[in-house]
Design a protein. Structure first.
Length: 503
């Protein structure tokens, strides 16, 4: 484990602290992104802390998925990963300190006692709050209960004077105040002496010298309690910045149980997303730039990012289950497609190479004798693609003669006219005579044949596209044929006759 820094408390230090009980959620990734951006913007430190105190649900597989997801997104951390369980003794020491100094007390109430209190509150139609009956036990009574073998938890004793208020300035929501009398005496140590999250989190943030806690708005309710803990321990609280939640289009929280794999970062990696395209999309789920711009390079987003631009309203992840075209938020697909089509070939090529390798479509000649052809091919076909996996599926016909035909395209374009069984071989013969196989000369052969047969050029153009690519859509046909090369085009046009004759 990386040694903890002794850097100045005043320098910006932020953390991403996921629980390793499952996958890396897109909401968690957005939290990590905002913390990473603020650290990079401020010249500060981004810490990764794994909050693994839930022993029953925490797994090493989840830890690895979180680490791999952050690496893939490019969110590199400066310290860590630290593990919360390594600080358990310090959490207990903090609880003991609070007990000794009178900020906490032992509560011997049983589950039955608490249930009765809860039922009484329900009968009065008021919100249940622990009534603090153990708060005034004398030291002698506490010791007697311990000697009797009675189990106890440790509760924090919230100040009870009539005018006491817990207040803090949130970097997003502004000034927030909560009356202390509306906060119950909350448990910080269970009966088995294991600390609760609310204590562990505050102690760990102090140990890691965290200056800014940037997290989801669902943590807002716990903040006054954590500030009480900070104050009681004599620690300066960090600056809090609570991000709005990301909900689905029915205003429900995103979860794998309800929405499936679409809420996991690993899903986007498998489906061919570019890491920064996903980061750019996630950044706008709750944040906006001063000039309304949406597309940013890594350095541009770091430069423009500011906590004051985080929105107060929940953002919407516009996903509808069962839509094969929009298999995630359409805006996310649009962002990725824009990057695929506009990023430099030098940046795009490694992703395409990896995709082709994973599907046995890669040839080393694409980096030597056929490098120019490969780059020109990628540059042409990417204009219609949305994700990197498109290069091995929709673009398979460029790298292999073993590709699938879209049945709808075959019916629409090859079965439209039985005479195509004659036209396409004749077209192939004409193309084969070309000494220079360039788009202009290729188009001339098409136009001449259409005029000779007295048919619309579109009939032959659309049939040829399907014959050579298996599809009805793609980049300009004549440019595509020039890229594929004369030998391959002539061969596929002749072979397509079997498809037409089998109709």
């Amino acid at each position: 484990m990386v040694e903890k820094s002794d850097s100045d408390q005043q320098s910006v230090r932020v953390r991403f602290a996921p629980s390793p009980t499952g996958y890396l959620h897109i909401g968690g990734a957005r939290t990590a992104l905002y913390n990473w951006l603020w650290a990079r913007k401020s010249g500060g430190v981004f810490i990764l802390r794994i909050e693994d105190t839930d022993m029953e649900r925490s797994t090493q597989d989840s830890v690895e998925e979180i680490l791999e997801g952050l690496r893939w997104l490019g969110l590199d951390w400066d310290e860590g990963p630290y593990f919360q369980t390594q600080n358990l003794e310090k959490h207990k020491e903090a609880a003991d300190k609070l007990l000794r100094e009178g900020h906490a007390y032992r509560c011997f109430c049983s589950k039955e006692d608490l249930d009765n209190q809860r039922k009484e509150a329900e009968s009065k139609k008021i919100a249940f709050m622990y009534d603090g009956r153990c708060r005034n036990l004398t030291p002698e009574q506490v010791q007697a209960n311990i000697e009797k073998g009675m189990t106890s938890v440790v509760r924090f004793g919230v100040p009870r004077d009539a005018h006491s208020v817990v207040a803090f300035d949130d970097a997003v929501y502004g000034r927030i105040e909560k009356r202390a009398r509306d906060i119950e005496d909350f448990v910080i140590l269970r009966s088995d002496k294991s600390p609760l999250y609310i204590l562990s989190n505050a102690v760990d943030d102090a140990l890691d010298k965290i200056t800014h806690v940037i997290r989801g708005a669902d943590g807002l309710a716990n903040t006054p309690k954590q500030i009480l803990i900070y104050n009681a321990l004599g620690i300066e609280p960090p600056i809090f910045a609570h991000m709005p939640l990301t909900l689905d289009n029915k205003k429900a929280k995103l979860s794998k149980r309800v929405h499936g794999e679409v809420v996991t970062i690993s899903y986007y990696r498998r489906r061919g997303f570019l890491p920064w395209a996903l980061c750019n999309f996630l950044a706008l789920l709750g944040w906006s730039s001063p000039d309304g711009r949406e597309f940013f390079s890594r350095d541009e987003l770091i430069d423009i990012f500011d906590l004051s631009r985080i929105n107060r309203h929940n953002s919407i992840f516009n996903y509808v289950s069962g839509d094969p075209k929009n298999w995630t938020d359409p805006k996310a697909i649009h962002f990725n497609a824009t990057y695929v089509r506009s990023m430099s070939l030098n940046d795009l090529t490694p992703y395409v190479k990896n995709e082709l390798k994973n599907n046995d479509l890669w040839s080393d000649c694409y980096e030597s004798t056929e490098k120019e052809w490969f780059l020109n091919t990628i540059d042409l076909i990417r204009t219609r693609y949305h994700v990197i996996t498109d290069f091995s599926t929709k673009g398979r016909f460029c790298f292999s003669d073993d590709f699938e035909f879209d049945p709808k395209a075959v019916i629409k374009n090859l079965y439209q006219d039985a005479n195509l069984a004659k036209y396409l071989p004749e077209l192939a013969r004409g193309l084969n005579t070309l000494p220079v196989f360039d788009p202009e000369k290729i188009e001339g052969i098409f136009r001449d044949l259409a005029e000779k047969k007295q048919v619309k050029a579109g009939l032959i153009i659309n049939a040829s596209r399907t014959a050579v690519s298996g599809s009805s859509v793609g980049p300009g046909l004549f440019e595509l044929l020039a890229i594929l090369g004369k030998e391959r085009v002539v061969k596929r046009l002749n072979q397509s006759v079997r498809l037409i004759e089998n109709a």
